[in-house]
Design a protein around this ligand. Structure first.
Ligand code: RIB
Ligand code: CA
Length: 350
């Protein structure tokens, strides 16, 4: 009973603060792919958040190739009847990192960009990517709204680093960067998920990540340490599927069979934690750490290193807020509540 009252109280607080403030301007930068990929589940949350003014989506190579990321996101926007959200195609490859045979054998499609395979249900028929490229769009939009735009970066940081290179004022004009990336050994559960110590998004483009993390932009970093506390299981899927909307239908189609085949399956929620943190940053406990990225070829390529105090070799590490723990109950309640919300006609704001 106490728990129910607390949950209700938290929901009221989030709703009340959402009602009191203008919707925050957000650009969604993503190595997108259809569900079960976490980027698409994070997008469902953002699309259903009235306190987020989703200005645009920028795609980048990562989980899949750039062509797949773009084709999949266009298809999802069409399927969820959100064609009004513009999509801008970004970097097809990291700044310097060249994929090896090992990269081809392990996860990801970032090392080449063949034509996209058809998304489930076929290519989008009426929704197209904009002619303007992602980097140009990022620079122009941030310039037009100085210190108003938050970037949710849930793929390799290539587009963001390129925007910083294109416009020296970019970093100081971004309001905040919320990044899913990295694994911090100084915090609990800090192993990598791609190499022993490196997290995938940072590993794919470590040079870009170093540029971004050293830029001085206010950063909220959501590393693997907290993703490992976000474990999605079948009862939560069942809760989502109890509601019928275009979004839950997509989830049913793509996650349903996986959980039918293995009802004990646990899926870590990476990008979803970063997305929920946009509107409810207190779902995670944060700590200010100095963070940098190792770009030296060798066993630690792409490893994020975070420390409470400066260390020799860490002279360029910058202070940022790093999530270290997650209030799972609050996080999942809010995630499910929004993802299952009934669509409202038009949510974009000027
Ligand atoms: O390491 C997890 C991250 O890598 C997530 O953003 C996932 O979508 C992939 O990009
Ligand atoms: Ca991602």
């Amino acid at each position: 009973m106490t728990r129910l009252v607390t949950q209700w109280f938290c929901a009221v607080l989030v709703a009340a603060s959402a009602a009191a403030q203008p919707a925050q301007k957000v650009i969604f930068d993503t190595d997108f792919a259809f569900p079960p990929q976490d980027d698409s589940l994070a997008l469902f949350f953002v699309l259903n958040s009235p306190d987020i003014n989703l200005l645009g989506i920028t795609t980048v190579a990562g989980n899949r190739s750039l062509n797949v990321a773009t084709a999949d996101v266009l298809k999802i926007l069409e399927a969820t009847e959100r064609r009004e959200v513009p999509v801008y195609e970004g970097a097809a490859a990291p700044l310097l990192h060249v994929g090896t045979d090992w990269d081809r054998r392990t996860h990801g499609g970032w090392y080449s960009n063949p034509p996209a395979r058809e998304p489930p249900g076929g290519f989008a028929t009426s929704k197209r990517a904009e002619r303007q490229g992602a980097v140009d769009y990022l620079v122009q939009t941030v310039r037009a709204h100085p210190r108003e735009v938050t970037i949710l970066a849930i793929g390799p940081l290539t587009n963001i680093a390129m925007a910083m290179r294109m416009d020296t004022a970019f970093a100081s004009n971004v309001k905040q960067l919320v990044i899913m990336g990295g694994a911090i050994a100084a915090l609990p559960d800090g192993a990598g998920n791609h190499t022993p110590n490196a997290e995938f998004n940072i590993y794919v483009d470590p040079e870009a990540a170093q540029i971004v993390l050293r830029s001085g932009i206010p950063i909220l970093l959501s590393p693997l340490n907290v993703s490992r506390k976000a474990r999605f299981t079948k009862p939560w899927l069942d809760r989502i599927l109890a509601t019928d909307t275009p979004i839950t239908r997509l989830i049913r189609e793509h996650l349903g069979p996986m959980y039918e085949a293995r009802p004990d399956r646990v899926m870590l929620m990476y990008d979803q934690v970063a997305a929920v943190s946009l509107v409810a940053p207190s779902v995670a406990k944060t700590e200010e750490l100095l963070v940098d990225v190792d770009v030296n070829p060798g066993p630690s390529y792409g490893v994020t290193v975070g420390g409470r105090e400066r260390w020799p070799g860490g002279e360029q590490a910058q202070p940022m807020q790093v999530q270290s723990d997650l209030d799972w109950d609050r996080f999942i309640q809010l995630f499910v509540e929004r993802v299952t919300a009934r669509p409202a006609p038009m949510r974009r704001q000027p």
